[in-house]
Design a binder for this molecule. Structure first.
Ligand code: SF4
Ligand code: SF4
Length: 115
């Protein structure tokens, strides 16, 4: 990260009182560093067994905007080596937020029983 960019983020994140009331970002690359939660290791964090709906990304139509990655509350969407977004189904809880937020509607929530 370049120096002016570093300064910009420091200013934005400095303190709650100094933050602008509204921050608008064109896409996730403009976001300041934010804490994210990751799934617990081991069986405690595994939610794949009780999920009712499974998100399925249509990679051929995905524009790789990263919005699903940004919104997933579990931090289980990752970019693979080919640049495609993948969902770790061991830890995905099937909440459907990614499907709701995907601007191109390329994530379909499918019933586990039908997979
Ligand atoms: S369904 Fe929920 S937990 Fe699973 S990838 Fe989408 S946003 Fe994340
Ligand atoms: S939000 Fe939709 S279009 Fe954007 S990376 Fe995720 S699946 Fe692809």
């Amino acid at each position: 990260m370049s120096k002016p960019e570093e300064e910009k983020w420091k200013k934005i994140c400095k303190s709650k009182e100094e933050r602008p009331k509204v921050q608008e970002y064109k896409n996730w690359t403009e976001l300041p560093p934010i804490p994210i939660s990751l799934p617990l290791d081991g069986s405690m964090g595994r939610t794949g067994d009780w999920r009712t709906f499974r998100p399925v990304i249509n990679t051929s139509e995905c524009n790789k905007c990263g919005i699903c990655w940004m919104y997933c509350p579990e931090g289980v969407i990752q970019k693979n080596e080919d640049g495609d977004y993948e969902i770790d189904l061991e830890y995905c809880k099937g909440c459907g937020i990614c499907a709701t937020e995907c601007p191109t509607k390329n994530i379909e929530m499918k019933r586990e029983s039908e997979m």
